[in-house]
Structure formats: C-alpha cells, structure tokens
Design a protein around this ligand. Structure first.
Ligand SMILES: [Zn+2]
Length: 481
C-alpha cells in the first residue's frame, strides 16, 4: 500500500488520501502571523506541515503547498503602531526572521507563500459573493459579518453543540481571536476605525481592512482552487479560525472546502502552556543560546512525538518567581543523545565494512524498509518510524562486521528515510580558530613536503580529537572522533 492515511478532524477518523496520481495534492497550511519571532510551539506546527509535505513527496505524491503569511490583523496593526513603523516594514522584519528559522530547521519552503495584503481585491470579491448569497450582512459601522445561522454546517469541525450555537445567534464578534463561549457572527471585513491608524484599503466595500479568517479562504481559492485535499493547522485553530474558513468558503462555492482536516496538538514547555511569566516562552534563538542546542536537535525534539499527542519539552528549572530560570533542557539532551547514536552508526557502517555479506542482513534491512514505510503511511507515525531506525541500528551492530555493499545499502536506506524526517544528516561542524590554524599549518607543511612539521601539526590536531586525511586528487579533510 502506498496511500497515506491521515486522521481527519472533521470525521474523527483516519481517512485514506487515495493512491498518488498525476495531479498535485492541494495542500494548504495556516502560516505565521508575522508580528514577533515565532515561539517553539509555533515551530512545532510548521515542522508538522514540513514532515507531512515530505511524507507526501516520499510516498510519490506530487504536492502543491500553499502557506499564507498573516501580515494584517489585530496583532500586526497593534505592533506596527506601537513602534510607529509602517505595517509592511514591521511585518517584513518578522517574515525574514521566520524564514531564517525555518531554513535553519531544514523545513522545505512552501511552493507559494502569499502575503494577505497582496490579495485584498480577491478578499473583497469573496465578501461580495457572500453578501450576494445573503449569508453575510453589513453592520451599522460598515463592517461586514458572516451570518453563522445561515450556514447549517457551522460548528461541525469543532463539534459545537446546537445549544452553544443558539446562545451565540444574533451576536457579533469583531476581534480576530475569540473563544468558543463567544460563538457569534464573525467579521469578514472591518470598517476603518481609529485603532487601525493608516492601515486601510479603499474598496467597493468601503474603507477598511479584511478580518483575519477571510484571508485563508481567499488565498486557497486563488492558489489551489475552491476544493483542497488537505488543510493543516495547529489544534488551537480548529475554533474559530477553521470553522470560519469552512463557513465562508463553502457558503461561497457550494463545494467541500477540504477533503481532510489535520491538526497538530499543543506543545507544553516544562509541563505547562507557554507564557512569558512562567519563563517557558522560547524561540529557536533562545534554545540555541540558552541550551547550546543546534537547530537539528530542536527539529528532532519537535518532530519526534506523534503530531496528535501533546509534546512536553522538558526543562529543569532552578529558583522561584522572578529568579526562576531554566538550567537544563532535558528533551534537547535526549535529542542530542539520539542523534549522536545515529551519527556514530553512520561512521561505524563505513569503519566496520571489513567483513563478508552478513547472513540475514538483507532480510533485516528489507523488514526495516517495510516497517518504516508503514509507520510513515499510517498517519505520520514519526515515533514509530524512529523506533524502526533505532531497532535496525541495534540489530546491524550485533552483526559485528559486514561488507562494503551492505554498508552502502543500509546507508542508502537511511538517506531515503531522511527524506521524510530531515534530521539524519549531521550538521557540518566548524573548527575552532586555533584548530583551523593547526589544520592550515598541516596542509601548508604537506605542500612544502616538510613531513616533520606536518606530523607535528597532525599530532596536535589528534590531541584535540581531530583526525585529518589527505587522499590523492581530493581536498584534505578533517573529522572529529
Ligand atoms: Zn488559516
């Protein structure tokens, strides 16, 4: 079987995406609101999208991935006004930081990353369609609201009860973000108000700006059409954001907006929801600085739990209240240990390729391939997929030695498996300045055929745990270990 199974939030069941075809999988994921540096909880969601996209490609599906950048909403406007900079300059800054973080974490770039503000005409058209169909209405101030009572499917994704819906009928909510207790008609278009400052567009709907929920429907329509195959987001987006996306999209098009809805669970840090006052609010930069972690270790820690399980990033703290500070990032140390084991195995594969073709080796590798594929295919079971790799490491190590062909086959499998995980390739390590100087001295001495000086430099590097190598016809290299 090659088709991907995904747990669909709408039907509360695993659904089969169907076998890969010629047409790309139309994949939409909700992107960042570019008003601050994204925290590690956000990163979990973005890495979930990345692993999902990689799994699709690995299973043979062509993919078209669209992820929006929310560059106009309550938070971005507030942030830019607080700093007295233009909305575009403000959101540009955080867009760049976001892309830097994602690149460092090895996430594939989406095929299209549209900024909401570049699509105001499309959003206005969508609102007009909803007005024409009578499922949206204007309020006294000129804003336009979606009438949830006019859309019978409202609440299906988040399983809102009829009672909750009735309680909200007739009320209106203007804010972009709100809780289930406030289920009410939501703003599609917000007439200009003083808090918006100079953020406004003059459109057929009047002077104003889009509400946050509207952009994802308009951008998905624009870049993927009116029906998607997979829509992904964090579990906190189920209500109201995705509920509202479904309502406005399906009321306008009359079509199913997305075949599958997939959501990743929350990330806890130190067993609690992230909050600045708990000192457990971290960005990638914080983890690199405070924990001495590499982005590869952070990626491993964030993808290694099943996306539908809560993930607790374990941190050990000292002190109380204001003095409370993190002293150890336990989950990142676990990640470091796991990656070291895999890196060591990669080295051993070459070093121990001095024997014969191992008995049973081919069968063991074939089993690992089958199990790995099944783990990925069955609702992206990354913990199981990693388990398959570690079990293989244990069993191959038990063989003691093997031939070069077997080493190559196992290595090829790891490389292939890594197309999904993106964590197995070691980061290139840099030499410290004094090490680099020794390495240069060794190379220069060799060039000059001053063998005594070359040996001396080599010995000094070895004392620092660095092995050097010079093969005919290729650049001299170094490695730790
Ligand atoms: Zn969205």
């Amino acid at each position: 079987m090659t088709s991907l199974l995904l747990f669909d939030t709408l039907t509360r069941q695993k659904q089969d995406l169907g076998p890969p075809g010629q047409a790309p999988v139309r994949f939409y994921s909700c992107g960042p609101t570019v008003y601050n540096r994204v925290h590690v909880g956000n990163l979990r969601a973005f890495l979930f999208y990345d692993v999902l996209k990689r799994a699709l490609l690995w299973l043979g599906y062509p993919v078209r991935h669209v992820m929006n950048l929310t560059d106009v909403d309550d938070k971005t406007i507030k942030g830019s006004r607080a700093e007295s900079v233009s909305l575009r300059a403000f959101t540009e800054r955080y867009t760049e930081l976001f892309l830097k973080d994602m690149d460092a974490l090895g996430a594939l770039r989406p095929d299209v990353m549209p900024r909401a503000t570049d699509y105001v005409p499309q959003m206005v058209d969508l609102v007009q369609r909803l007005l024409d169909k009578g499922v949206a209405y204007r309020s006294d101030d000129g804003s336009v609201y979606f009438k949830i009572g006019a859309f019978p499917g409202y609440g299906r994704l988040s399983h809102l009860e009829a009672r909750t819906l009735q309680a909200g009928a007739g009320g209106r909510v203007a804010q972009d973000e709100y809780e289930k207790e406030d289920v009410q008609d939501f703003a599609l278009w917000k007439a200009w108000s003083e808090e918006d400052g100079d953020v406004a567009w003059d459109t057929a709907l009047g002077k104003g700006r889009p509400g946050w929920h509207l952009e994802c429907s308009a951008l998905a329509f624009e870049h993927l059409g009116e029906s998607l195959d997979i829509h992904a987001g964090g579990v906190d987006l189920v209500f109201p954001h995705h509920e509202n996306e479904i309502a406005q999209s399906e009321a306008a098009s009359g079509k199913t907006f997305s075949r599958l809805w997939v959501h990743n669970e929350h990330l806890l840090v130190g067993g609690q929801k992230m909050a600045k006052r708990l000192k457990n609010f971290f960005t990638l930069g914080d983890l690199v600085q405070l924990a001495g972690a590499t982005p590869r270790e952070v990626r491993y820690a964030l993808i290694s739990a099943h996306y539908r399980s809560q993930l607790n990033l374990q941190v050990t703290y000292e002190g109380e209240g204001e003095a409370r500070r993190p002293v150890r990032f336990d989950s990142l140390e676990v990640a470091r240990g796991a990656l070291r084991r895999l890196d060591q195995f990669r080295k051993d594969l070459q070093a121990k390729a001095t024997g014969e073709a191992p008995a049973g080796g081919a069968e063991r590798l074939a089993r690992a391939k089958d199990e790995y594929r099944e783990a990925v295919r069955d609702d992206l079971n990354v913990p199981r997929a990693l388990g398959v790799l570690f079990e293989l490491v244990t069993d191959v190590n038990k063989l003691g030695a093997w031939d070069a062909a077997y080493a190559r086959e196992v290595q090829a499998f790891l490389d292939d498996a890594d197309r999904v995980l993106g964590v197995l390739t070691p980061e290139p390590e840099a030499l410290a300045p004094d090490e680099q100087a020794l390495f240069e001295r060794w190379k220069a001495a060799r060039e000059a055929k001053d063998w005594a000086a070359a040996d001396e430099a080599r010995a000094a590097l070895q004392a620092k745990g660095i092995q050097v190598q010079a093969r005919k016809g290729s650049e001299p290299t170094w490695a730790r270990g």
